[in-house]
Design a protein around this ligand. Structure first.
Ligand code: CMC
Length: 422
């Protein structure tokens, strides 16, 4: 028998019975009780704003799947570009499909010279790479006069291809600008991650990307590619619901990601570990967090309440990277901090566990990235997830422009008084 929920309006005695599917019921049914009835749900704690078939997340069990495939299998067996195809198209590619996708992405990595010479050169010398990244993505859209036509599927896919291909180039460009280094052009003979590392670090001819490090980068890209309705993806969906072009919508999503509670957390973790400095300072730091003087960055998640499966994979990946690069001196602080927090009643009772950002910063640092680049590294693969959600949204007949209601709590009507009388 189908499950239902019955809601009774005690003010009028009216009742409405609605089907519950997968724990979800359509709250629009409440309007049958009273057309002005609204649900109050700050920060969307219990609101499903869309149907989606891209990513499945079970926070209690620590499950993350892209299009049904467990993240553990994808991280072990797949590549980022294959995962990108999967997220965007719904299925893993066959040989021919992958060869075409790989070729197309590889051959769209260049950006217009004006982006580099005129646009990026205009930033202040110490501009934050993430601020530059966000602006550059929005600016990129102005180079394509077909960017606005989001309902022509082939055209939208062309913009998606451009964005997926060009985000590493833009990301590397922000770093090279910040470091005063000449830009390195994309290399069509390299894989996605190798090409990115090459654009980041090549100086002259004496740079070879270590394949183990390139694979670690690729795995990090896979882990960050999508995470259903997080803050950045919600920003993407809200902006895309106004039928804005994919470049503007991606820039909006990246702006959300920039925040320290979201993609900025990996940067905050390394700053926190650096500040703690030594394992002997951990107890005092933990006590200060418990007094509410700050957060344990890299801990806690809105959805994961037991463990974050991405954190488990990243921790393993970190050791593989450290084999090549040498251990990050902050690793000891991180390991001890994790141990102390997991055994502390404050964190246990609130179900706070390490999230994806707790260890990712340490790998990024070992790979040579400055802390200010960390969120940009998150934005590169997440661009794929954002665009998969944009495509899904535009094909969803139930969607309209996002426009939540509010609960007005301001003053009632009053008359204007002249400034001399106030
Ligand atoms: N350190 C100390 N206390 C915490 C932390 C933390 N990292 N996270 C949550 N709490 C406490 C919080 O103060 C609250 O305590 P109380 O019940 O006494 O008021 C309780 O735990 C519940 O927290 P909340 O703020 O209601 O939880 P939320 O779901 O709104 O926030 C979060 C989720 C990720 C924003 C939060 O855990 C946090 O700020 N963590 C640190 C930042 C971080 O690592 N962010 C990366 C998230 S993963 C990457 C991504 O998806 O972007």
């Amino acid at each position: 028998m189908a499950e239902t929920i019955t809601i009774i309006d005690d003010r009028t005695g009216k009742k409405v019975t609605v089907p519950v599917t997968d724990g979800v019921f359509a709250s629009t049914a409440l309007r049958e009780l009273d057309p002005n009835l609204r649900m109050y749900d700050p920060a969307f704690l219990s609101t499903a704003a869309c149907q989606s078939s891209i990513t499945y997340l079970d926070g209690e069990k620590g499950i993350l799947r892209y299009r049904g495939y467990p993240i553990e299998q994808l991280a072990e067996k797949s590549t980022f570009l294959e995962v990108a195809y999967l997220l965007l198209n719904g299925e893993l590619p066959d040989n021919d499909q992958f060869a075409k996708w790989d070729y197309d992405v590889t051959h769209h990595t260049m950006i217009h010279e004006n982006m580099r010479k005129r646009f990026v050169d205009g930033f202040h010398y110490d501009a934050h790479p993430m601020g530059m990244f966000i602006s550059a993505i929005a600016a990129l859209g102005t180079f394509y006069d077909d960017a606005q036509d989001v309902f022509d599927t082939d055209n939208l896919n062309k913009q998606i291809l451009r964005l997926v291909a060009k985000v590493p180039t833009i990301a590397a460009m922000t770093y090279r600008f910040s470091s005063g280094l000449p830009f390195v052009l994309p290399n069509n003979s390299m894989s996605y991650a190798t090409n990115f590392l090459n654009m980041m670090y090549r100086i002259g001819d004496d740079y070879e990307v270590d394949p183990v490090l390139a694979r670690a980068m690729d795995v990090l890209f896979i882990l960050h590619a999508d995470h259903e309705q997080n803050c950045g993806t919600t920003a993407m969906r809200v902006v895309a619901s106004a039928n804005s072009d994919p470049y503007s919508a991606t820039a909006a999503a990246a702006s959300a990601l920039y925040g320290p509670l979201h993609g900025g957390a990996n940067e905050a973790v390394v700053r926190m570990l650096t500040e703690i400095g030594d394992v002997k300072n951990i107890p005092a730091f933990i006590e200060s967090v418990k007094r509410g003087e700050g957060k344990l960055m890299g801990f806690g998640h809105r959805v994961y309440k037991n463990f974050d499966p991405r954190a488990t994979i990243i921790k393993k990946s970190a050791y593989e990277v450290f084999e090549i690069t040498g251990t990050n001196p902050l690793l000891d602080v991180a390991l001890k901090l994790e141990e102390v927090a997991l055994n502390d009643e404050y964190f246990a009772s609130r179900r706070l566990y390490p999230n994806v950002d707790f260890y990712s910063g340490l790998i990024y640092q070992a790979l040579g990235f400055p802390v200010s680049m960390f969120t940009v590294l998150f934005a590169i693969p997440r661009t794929v997830g954002w665009l998969a959600h944009m495509s899904e949204l535009l094909r969803d007949d139930e969607q309209k422009i996002s426009r939540p209601r509010q609960w007005y709590t301001g003053v009632d009507e009053r008359n204007y008084t002249d400034i001399k009388k106030r």
